[in-house]
Design a protein around this ligand. Structure first.
Ligand SMILES: Cc1ncc(COP(=O)(O)O)c(C=O)c1O
Length: 334
């Protein structure tokens, strides 16, 4: 992961400080909760449109401070899309080269965005036998950095700075915005978000339950891996960062229910969010429909991790959604 080659690059440090100085907290908005005091933290209002933005900037800032990234470094990273968009944007702002390693489940718009920002985009095509392409992406990333002394791999699946970013920023802002919190629902991919947020909210609100939301077909919480198509949640491996999280319960959401969650979130609240947010919203509805309702109306929060636009051809496209039920491949994802 590290390729430390000396002291911090002052020019990059200054640019990163300036970029971070420009950041503002994302909104925490109340939604009509139907028995819940429900809040969404709109992470899609981050500069590069997703919850991954805080982690990307903080990881780069820490890597520069340690001397792992300097002018002349090539950053290489495996991503389902959002982390790559944030790294690509910050790499451009810093004048550093970035090579994203993506797969066929990356949204088409996200891939097009990456191709305009990055001279080289590595797209793996070999399924990994664990329901997706993650292991293939990680193997390709390892190959690309091997023997290249100018390469730096943030490795979001193992990088504790990702959790630290969510502890400090996402979590700090959420705790500041709410007077109380009984339940926090968090989608899990690499585990960085839940590792950071769970510690922060339990420090501020010791009675708060943290509910992890994962996709059916993901191996993160011990179920057998199976094909999944919506990027963001789930993994074919158990990411080490998940072991650092404080998790009270887990809800697994089938992909058709993630779509139903997106449509309900849009139709009921006007929130146009991506597939992982639909999963989390569906998990909240399901959780409180089967659990005993607490006597006092509970305060519940979740992140709207990214916007729906990138999912126009998939989650919001009935032709694509019908293939989730039949299991047929869809041309856009082929
Ligand atoms: C849209 C979206 N939601 C949720 C997640 C999960 O976050 P984490 O990787 O921190 O577990 C991701 C991760 O890429 C994501 O892109």
């Amino acid at each position: 992961m590290t390729n430390s080659t000396g002291p911090a690059d002052d020019q990059l440090s200054d640019r990163l400080r300036a970029l971070r100085g420009g950041l503002r907290p994302t909104p925490v908005v109340p939604l009509r909760g139907d028995g819940l005091d429900l809040f969404a933290k709109l992470e899609y209002c981050n500069v590069n449109g997703s919850t991954k933005d805080r982690a990307a900037l903080w990881i780069l800032q820490q890597a520069v401070a340690r001397g792992d990234v300097h002018t002349g470094t090539t950053v290489v990273e495996s991503s389902s899309g959002n982390f790559a968009i944030s790294l690509a944007s910050y790499a451009v702002a810093l004048g550093v080269r970035f090579v994203p390693v993506i797969d066929p489940f990356c949204n088409r718009g996200t891939e097009a965005h990456l191709r305009t920002l990055c001279p080289v985009v590595e797209k793996v095509t070999e399924p990994d036998g664990a329901g997706g392409y993650l292991r293939t992406r990680l193997a390709r990333t390892a190959e690309l950095i091997t023997g290249d002394p100018a390469a730096y791999w943030p490795n979001q699946y193992r990088n504790a700075d990702a959790a630290e970013a969510h502890y400090r920023f996402t979590g700090g802002e959420l705790c500041e915005a709410l007077p109380r919190l009984d339940y926090l629902f968090v989608g899990v991919g690499t585990g960085g978000t839940i590792a950071g947020l769970s510690h922060r909210v339990k420090e501020a609100f010791p009675g708060c339950a943290v509910i992890a939301v994962d996709a059916v077909g993901s191996a993160i919480f011990g179920a057998p891996a199976a094909p999944r198509r919506i990027p963001g949640l789930g993994s074919g491996i158990v990411p080490p960062l998940v072991g650092d999280a404080l998790i009270d319960d887990v809800v697994l959401v089938p992909e058709p229910d993630a779509v139903a969650g997106c449509l309900e979130l849009l139709g009921t609240h006007g929130v146009f969010a991506g597939g992982s947010t639909g999963s989390v919203y569906h998990a909240i509805r399901h959780f409180f429909s089967v659990s005993p309702v607490p006597r006092r109306m509970p305060t519940v929060a979740f992140l709207a991790a990214d916007r729906g636009h990138a999912y126009a051809e998939t989650v919001y496209n009935p032709a694509w959604v019908s293939t989730l039920h039949t299991g047929e491949p869809f041309p856009a994802a082929a």
